[in-house]
Write a protein that binds this ligand. Structure first.
Ligand code: NAD
Length: 252
């Protein structure tokens, strides 16, 4: 990262959802490298505790279930207590569940589960963190969306719809929270090689790779830099934006 963001993320108090593995764990790790304080939550307790133990010091794991509004409240309170406030929030946790099925094969239970975690969970996290963000001099939210919501990936309808809602909420919340000098932006990653996408058939990975301007596989480290940038002071006047990070598979 640049010298500027290094300075500005030092001691930054950041909350990350879904930080136990995958992209979330990459965000937690790079924030720790930048000298930030981090509280991350997840339903994967063993993995979360192991990561916090490995990174030590300023990184803490707290159990979180985004499907449960009461869990969100207690997670945010606990994070704010540990760090004596919150400057930034990365809404990263999400579930896919609907992968591989056509629209008429999806169950209502699956639809509701995806919406509850990805959409309602993101909304409740923003609301729970708001009182603390209002008290911060460098407040920012980064929502992790997906480029599937931009290009309209098939056989993924509940997930795609939920990420479209995350993009819309990002814009609306940017206008509401702007009154408190809180920036709200979204990152829309392309298909990234992490544990959660190991099930995706090789042909689908190849389809993405060939469709990119940068024709290689996308890894978690490709997404951390843009997220850190949006949290940094260098991006204080950037809000309500959606940044695709996908090697040029879709372009805004
Ligand atoms: P992942 O499944 O490894 O990460 C999601 C994390 O959220 C996991 O640690 C999971 O345990 C956690 N989580 C799930 N349900 C939860 C709940 N109810 N409460 C709290 N935590 C919960 O997948 P990932 O690929 O690392 O995805 C991270 C983010 O990036 C997600 O928002 C995903 O939609 C987005 N994304 C990923 C890709 C990709 O190709 N990997 C592409 C575009 C967008």
């Amino acid at each position: 990262m640049s010298i500027q963001s290094k300075q500005t993320l030092q001691n930054r108090r950041v909350v990350v959802t879904g930080g136990a593995r995958g992209l979330g764990a990459a965000f937690v790790e790079s924030l720790a490298e930048e000298g930030a304080q981090v509280v991350f939550g997840d339903v994967l307790h063993d993995e979360g505790q192991a990561l916090a133990a490995r990174l030590g010091g300023n990184v803490h794991f707290v159990a979180l279930d985004l499907a449960d509004p009461a869990s969100i409240e207690s997670f945010v309170q606990s994070a704010a207590q540990k760090m004596r406030g919150i400057d930034s929030l990365i809404n990263n946790a999400a579930i896919t569940n609907s992968g591989g099925r056509l629209a008429d094969e999806l169950s209502i239970d699956t639809w509701d589960a995806v919406m509850n975690v990805n959409v309602r969970g993101t909304w409740r996290m923003c609301v729970a963190a708001l009182p603390f963000l209002r008290d911060s001099a460098c407040a920012s939210i980064v929502n992790i969306a997906s480029d599937t919501a931009i290009w309209g990936a098939p056989k993924l309808l509940a997930y795609v719809a939920s990420k479209g809602a995350v993009i819309s909420m990002t814009r609306s919340l940017a206008r509401e929270f702007g009154a408190h000098e809180i920036t709200v932006n979204a990152i829309a990653p392309g298909l990234t090689e992490v544990e959660a996408t190991a099930y995706v058939p090789a042909e689908r990975h190849a389809y993405y790779q060939q469709g990119r301007a940068l024709t290689r596989a996308q890894v978690a480290g490709d997404v951390t830099g843009p997220v850190l940038f949006l949290l940094s002071d260098a991006a204080r006047f950037v809000t309500g934006q959606v940044l695709p990070v996908n090697g040029g598979f879709v372009m805004n």
